[in-house]
Ligand binder design. Structure first.
Ligand code: ZN
Ligand code: ZN
Length: 73
């Protein structure tokens, strides 16, 4: 998925877990919200793949049940 800086629409560069904008230097992280209950989710890294866990539903969610957004770090 392509990510763009909300401020200047530059394409963000991956820096581990964070994303950096080469134009304005802002750092962002990806936040996930559960589509079932709306709670903020935890991102779990396992075997190179990332999974989303909802603490409120107490279960792992597939990507299609996660609404992601960029939060400024
Ligand atoms: Zn920017
Ligand atoms: Zn949930």
């Amino acid at each position: 998925m392509e990510k763009r800086c909300p401020a200047d629409q530059s394409e963000l560069v991956s820096q581990g877990k964070a994303w950096a904008c080469p134009t304005c230097g802002a750092h962002y992280r990806v936040q996930g919200h559960c589509m079932d209950c709306g709670a903020e989710m935890e991102r779990l890294q396992a075997c190179g793949a990332s999974n989303w866990f909802c603490p409120q539903c107490n279960e792992l969610k597939s990507r299609t049940r996660v609404r992601t957004s960029l939060a400024r770090d």
